[in-house]
Design a protein. Structure first.
Length: 229
């Protein structure tokens, strides 16, 4: 699939946006939710988390409160409009958020839960040069699709997969195939397995925050598989 044309990204100093620590309607981002960090500084280019939800009960404000109140701007895209798919809604939400807040163009991360985590993998692998990384919480990698068609770029894309121990045992074959695929391709995948039943627990979201900050602040990783539990 051809690479997506470059999108509009912040290239100028923006006016201050009132600090908000809960998800609020995001203006012209149709039916989307926007989270602004506490102590928002318009002169700083923030990482952006694009949260893909698998159900209407997802609460962006509550999830970001458990992830980090200060580290990120976050947006939950609205439902795709007529003639659109989820990917179109993602680009629209990113562009509109970049119009409202100061966003680092190389630090845009996709994060998805369950089936939306699989969708996050899919979109990120189609456009690996547009994202700083991808996180799936409880969603499997799309093994049946040509997700590694842009292998050279995908190798540079950090990925994190979080899953519950019970789910990992149930999907042991798929987990094994996923790890073997990443190892053979030389791509980067970190895997975390958690006890309990809640995939958006404080422990999971704290690990997501640490992983993201390591990718943002740490040294550039070498191109090797990081398939670890």
């Amino acid at each position: 699939m051809p690479a997506r044309k470059s999108k509009r990204l912040p290239d100028r100093t923006r006016q201050a946006t009132p600090p908000v620590s809960a998800a609020v309607p995001a203006g012209r981002i149709a039916a989307a939710r926007l989270f602004m960090p506490q102590g928002y500084e318009p002169g700083y280019d923030y990482p952006l988390l694009v949260w893909l939800a698998d159900d209407d009960g997802f609460d962006l404000g509550r999830v970001m409160t458990r992830t980090s109140l200060r580290n990120f701007v976050a947006v939950q895209p609205g439902r795709p409009e007529a003639g659109e798919d989820l990917e179109d809604a993602v680009w629209r939400a990113i562009d509109a958020t970049c119009d409202r807040a100061s966003i680092h163009p190389r630090r845009i991360f996709l994060v998805g839960r369950r089936s939306a985590g699989t969708a996050a993998f899919r979109i990120a692998c189609r456009h690996p040069d547009a994202f700083g990384g991808v996180v799936s919480i409880g969603g499997g990698f799309p093994l049946a699709e040509s997700a590694f068609a842009r292998l050279r770029e995908v190798r540079r894309l950090p990925m994190l997969m979080c899953c519950r121990a019970a789910a990992a045992r149930t999907a042991a074959e798929q987990t094994d195939r996923t790890l073997r695929l990443f190892h053979a391709a030389g791509a980067m995948l970190a895997m975390r397995i958690y006890p309990g039943r809640r995939d958006l627990s404080r422990a999971v979201l704290a690990d997501v925050n640490r992983w993201l900050m390591d990718e943002i602040c740490g040294p550039k990783p070498s191109l090797h598989s990081e398939c670890a539990r």
